[in-house]
Design a protein around this ligand. Structure first.
Ligand SMILES: [Zn+2]
Length: 167
């Protein structure tokens, strides 16, 4: 690991700490002035490499951009910003890391996307779900929309259950 200030390659680890969630290690490093470095300090974070197991059986390193490329397509023409997409990518990666597994089947990456995407934009969610779950007919869309509606109409308090209008 070279020094980010002077590019000296002879840097030293001062201290290593496991981060709170246990999924990463922080190292405090120094670029020692006594061996020709600049004397500055910096921190590195070491994380487990997430691997995606594809349906073909091949594996590839998890890449946030690639993971949300399908979401990006589904959001075309929708009021979803790049910031929100980046945030969703972060949420998905966090959720996958929290699972603690190093190798994640591709369909689980898709599953991890569905929840946060539904919060973000229901139309984009339906588009993404139609591809991901291989919707075959308009009925599949109607079923999914019915679920969305039903969950949106869940009353906030029990009182609303008994005072619902009849007509
Ligand atoms: Zn340096």
């Amino acid at each position: 690991m070279h020094c980010p200030y002077c590019r000296n390659t002879d840097t030293r680890v001062l201290d290593s700490r496991v981060a709170d969630d246990g999924g990463s290690i922080r190292r405090r490093r120094t670029c020692p002035a006594d061996t020709g470095g600049c004397g500055k300090r910096f921190t590195t974070v070491e994380q487990m490499q997430l691997t995606v197991l594809k349906r073909s059986g091949a594996t590839e390193p998890f890449a946030r951009d690639k993971a949300i490329s399908g979401v990006r397509k589904a959001c075309k023409g929708r009021p979803v910003t790049e910031d929100q997409l980046a945030h969703l990518g972060q949420d998905v990666e966090d959720a996958l890391r929290l699972s603690g597994a190093a190798e994640i089947p591709a369909n689980e990456v898709g599953l991890a996307i569905l929840g946060p995407l539904r919060e973000l934009d229901e139309v984009a969610y339906l588009r993404f779900a139609s591809v991901y779950r291989a919707f075959e007919s308009a009925d599949d869309f109607e079923d999914e929309i019915a679920i969305l509606r039903a969950e949106r109409q869940v009353p906030d308090s029990p009182a609303e259950l008994t005072s619902a209008p009849s007509g």
